[in-house]
Design a protein. Structure first.
Length: 186
């Protein structure tokens, strides 16, 4: 008798599973019928309005192409940036990322009257007092002044990487900007 009660207890679970599968089967069949009907109507409409369909297809293609061009991503830049002058003012309320992750710079050069402030850690064997500084300000006093940043060992495959350049609030940028050239060529 105990074995009959165990069988009766398992049987209601089997009925519930079977009812659920029948319910799922009914809705899947209905979904299939509705989707095939909609697909038939769509194909009939396309056959009747071929010109409109071609226009919609081209519009969809160019929309996807536009979004693909706008979506941010990593792009490898190879070539030269040569700029004689650039002027703008950033009037934001918080610092703004201007450049990020430029790798493989062989030489960074700028010229003209300006004040440069470098922050970070510095190492010098000839001037040990620079090693304790976390900020270094350099004043170029005339139009012929130049600064050039190159790797310490040009024979090695060292390259300069610019990790991040941020514009602080109310930053005014005027005058010449660095001339970046691939391979250090002039």
């Amino acid at each position: 008798m105990a074995s009959r009660q165990k069988a009766k207890q398992k049987f209601p679970n089997f009925i519930k599973i079977r009812q659920w599968l029948n319910f799922l089967k009914t809705y899947l069949i209905a979904l299939f019928v509705v989707s095939t009907s909609a697909l038939k109507r769509l194909l009939r409409t396309i056959a009747n309005n071929q010109n409109s369909f071609l226009v919609l297809l081209l519009l969809l293609f160019f929309t996807i192409l536009t979004f693909a061009a706008i979506v941010p991503g990593t792009h490898a830049f190879e070539g030269n940036i040569i700029s004689e002058e650039m002027s703008f003012t950033y009037n934001g309320e918080e610092s703004k990322l201007f450049l990020q992750n430029i790798r493989g710079i062989k030489e960074l050069e700028n010229e003209g009257k300006q004040t440069l402030t470098f922050t970070g850690s510095f190492q010098s064997e000839t001037w040990p007092e620079i090693n304790q500084l976390n900020s270094l300000q350099i004043k170029l006093t005339d139009g012929e002044s130049r600064w050039i940043i190159v790797p310490a060992n040009p024979q090695d495959t060292n390259q300069i990487s610019l990790n991040e350049l941020r514009l602080q609030p109310n930053t005014k940028v005027t005058g010449s900007i660095p001339i970046l050239q691939k391979g250090g060529e002039k």
